[in-house]
Ligand binder design. Sequence first.
Ligand code: AMP
Length: 577
Amino acid sequence: MEFAAFADRAAAIEAESADLEIVSLLAETFREAGPELPIVARFVQGRVFPAWRSATLDIGPSLCYEAIARAAGRNVDAADVESRLAETGEIGAVAASYEFGGQQGLAAFGAGGAADLTVTEVDETLRALAAAAGSGSQDRKVDTLFGLFNRASPDEARYLARIVLSEMRIGVGEGAVRDAVAEAFEVPAESVERALQVSNDYGHVAEVARDDGVGGLDAMGLEVGRPVQAMLAQAGSVTDALDEWEEAAVETKYDGARVQIHRRTDGVEGGSGDNGDGGDDGDNGDDAESDAVSVFSRNMEDVTDALPEIVEFVERSVDVPAIFDGEVVAVDDGGDPLPFQEVLRRFRRKHDVARMREEVSLRLHAFDCLHADGDDLLTEPLVTRHDRLADVVDDDAAVSTLLRSNDADEIAAFEADALDAGHEGIMLKDPESTYSPGNRGKHWLKRKPDVETLDLVVTGAEWGEGRRAQFLGTFLLSARDEDGQYRTLGKVATGITDEQLAELTERLEPEIISQDGRDVELRPSTVFEVGYEEIQTSPTYSSGYALRFPRFLSVREDKTPADADTLSRVERLAERQ
Ligand code: AMP
């Protein structure tokens, strides 16, 4: 495909505003792209490399301005380009505003002399340019880019400049590419979506959809060495989790940096069904890295070189091909976690890695497994993936402990332990959920930290049952209204140790005013500090509010009922939520 034809297509798409029209123009472009389909499918999004590759063109705006200025002729310099940019606000328009081609004698800098540009040639030239490094490479980049611009028509220059700066801006998002591939090659959009999730390469997916149809797409698997987008969490509460699922899978939330680790073992290709071609669509160097261990950040950036002890650990402890998720945490000499900022001193570091390794120690906590020994696990339930993780990583201390529970007290105790050990809190996960790459869904909840605590007066209690029959167990909490009347807003039973129950019983028994079955009414004497997840309006209690998931934190020995929080503070907090 000539680059001029691509530019025409891009201009037509840019001029269109209706989503459906954009998709059908895009589909037409894909159908016509021929062997250059993979490149075209990336170019329409302003990409040269597939999303999973860390490689970038590494061409800063000023380098691009200089190449444009040079191609525009003797009287134009980079400052002129910048002042036009200030006027138009967009590099494509600036590039299209010059008359290029006056420098024919110098066009030999571009491969292929003065012939028309093709999509393949632009792609190859930009890739070669990305690989240029070392002294003089910046000058060579300007020369090469100049060679391209010098042969470009105004429309070609517009889209060339935008691809170079990764700002395509023709209104084509990921969803449009997905729908256009589906429309162009008559395959289901869901299959395209799934194939994109496992490969992160629109070019390859478009080609497979065209050449092998839905069967080819569905057979695409993960490939060890190619990162997948990370599954993400949203904020949520224990009540949300237990309302939604039969039980929750509870894990420590580690305060570090997310990593996705890819382990290759000699002679074993990862991935299933991708027939080992690695999604390679030509000799373009998009093969997955062949290192034995690669570590990627949450944004699929390759951070392997910065984390040598993690690499060594994985080499030692994992001996089958695997892809797994985890958190890398900085620890002190005693192995206790250090604040998140400490990890950042190590992450992405390119220099002084060995020295920093001495200064900041790292520990890996693996918590999910996407691929193990030839099996893709994305569609397996979380608990199965976690079991496979424990099988694959030969070091229990490096694998998260997963508690399955439907008991808020048990979860609270797990959280207290996590906090005591210096971690950030807990994650609540749906045990049956599949792994959805890139998705911030409701299957993973990071428990919201407690809102402001309340100091409430104990106005009633219930005797316990069984082993705890001689202790008061559940405590009724109240706040005073404007008239000084106590209004109830919840009961707390969670977060109190047996020892505290005994002490509280001894202290409150003399305050019992009346008793009805196991329920007792108490003279207001004692103030509890309680945490909770939310204040809800509720007809159950006389205040009209109820605390969700209240937890006992302490007895406020320094406060009398007169100093406790009032109903109006409760109302204010409820409004602020
Ligand atoms: P946030 O960055 O606040 O959205 O929280 C989600 C992040 O918590 C994830 O991307 C991980 O980096 C991190 N995290 C820590 N521990 C876990 C865990 N056990 N499961 C999942 N994510 C975790």
